[in-house]
Design a protein around this ligand. Structure first.
Ligand code: UDP
Ligand code: MG
Length: 326
């Protein structure tokens, strides 16, 4: 049976920590009883440099339930995506499968069992997907939806309405740990890993206590980071715009020459208007061209793994070897 680690990033979550610990421990006990996970499965709280009593509470939980509750304290606040990564990589060597979930219990913990079932069914990544966003404000809902659409337009593969509530097998986390980039956007990275994936659906609830640690500023930063770390399309758009404007300048040439010959223009207008359009277009084109190279450098320096081998069938000493779930 596989050992499960539930990874929970926490930033100033003193109000919900005890509640979260209790709820998640309950889920673990239940799954252990049903013999779906190993008896030594645990919750791993990652304190993302909280300024309140979060870490003290994690220590207290660990003291009370040493085998069930573990903790990692980051030296400073590095943000949700990094805190989650730290937790996943710490859990990787100590467990067989991980589930990441927010501390505020907005994600439905009752679908964890379904995630585990799907993992046993052969999926390496199981995404938690929100059915509806009734509890979110109108603004959060529409802005989030616009964001997923925009990501799609920019050619970034993401799972619609999936945040960071997700199950990952040990080998999926191991593969993820090979992505060394610093501009993390986990939701966009997971689909790059490959492997068999699945989804479970749930209704997102209100925060159990405390308030959102994601103000508009952090949300916009996450969105911008998501697009700029995954797509060089904006650069191609500049190139396209340059070409379009040069095309317009050709039309302007025809129009200007026509006006010149029909004699409706002041002296100097023709050459001036043509230079403005043509030079403008040329400059954008040149920036776009340079941008293409910068885009390539950007992709190269990320040094992402180029492929992920899932199975190898080879013959050694007459036996066929398969390396699934090593
Ligand atoms: N979080 C974190 N570091 C931060 C901000 C948030 O670890 O700098 C954690 C937070 O404790 C929570 C999760 O990320 O467990 C999601 O944050 P929140 O629930 O406030 O976001 P929302 O659900 O409002 O988008
Ligand atoms: Mg939340």
């Amino acid at each position: 049976m596989e050992k499960l680690a539930i990874v929970v990033p926490c930033y100033n979550e003193e109000e919900v920590l005890k509640l979260a610990s209790e709820a998640l421990r309950g889920v673990l006990e239940d799954l252990v009883r049903k013999e779906k996970i190993a008896a030594d499965s645990f919750v791993l709280f990652v304190d993302d440099g909280s300024r309140d009593r979060t870490w003290e509470l994690i220590e207290a939980e660990h003291a009370a339930y040493p085998s069930r509750v573990n903790g990692v304290k980051l030296a400073g606040n590095v943000g949700h995506q990094f805190a989650l990564t730290a937790g996943l990589i710490t859990a990787m060597d100590r467990s067989d499968v991980t589930i990441s979930i927010d501390a505020d219990l907005q994600d439905d913990i009752s679908v964890i069992e379904e995630m585990i079932d799907k993992f046993h069914g052969g999926s390496d990544i199981v995404y938690g997907v929100r059915k509806e966003r009734k509890t979110d404000t109108f603004f959060k809902r529409t802005s989030a939806q616009a964001f997923y659409k925009l990501m799609g337009l920019m050619g970034v593969k993401t799972v619609y309405n999936h945040a960071d509530f997700r199950l990952m097998s040990k080998r999926a986390v191991q593969e993820f740990s090979k992505y060394k980039e610093t501009n993390l956007f986990l939701r966009g990275m997971m689909p790059l890993i490959g492997y068999q994936t699945d989804c479970v659906y749930y209704d997102r609830k209100e925060r159990a206590a405390g308030e959102s640690k994601y103000p508009l500023k952090k949300m916009l930063a996450l969105a911008f980071n998501g697009i700029s770390s995954f797509s060089v399309k904006p650069i191609s758009m500049i190139l396209g715009m340059g070409m379009f404007i040069i095309f317009i300048s050709l039309l302007a040439l025809v129009y200007a020459l026509f006006s010149y010959f029909t004699g409706h223009v002041v002296a100097g207008w023709t050459s001036l208007i043509l230079s403005i359009w043509f030079l403008g277009g040329l400059q954008l084109l040149a920036i776009g061209m340079v941008g293409q190279y910068i885009g390539k450098i950007y992709i190269e320096v990320k040094n992402r793994p180029r492929y992920n081998i899932e199975k190898i069938l080879t013959q050694t000493h007459g036996e066929t070897q398969e390396n699934r779930k090593e």
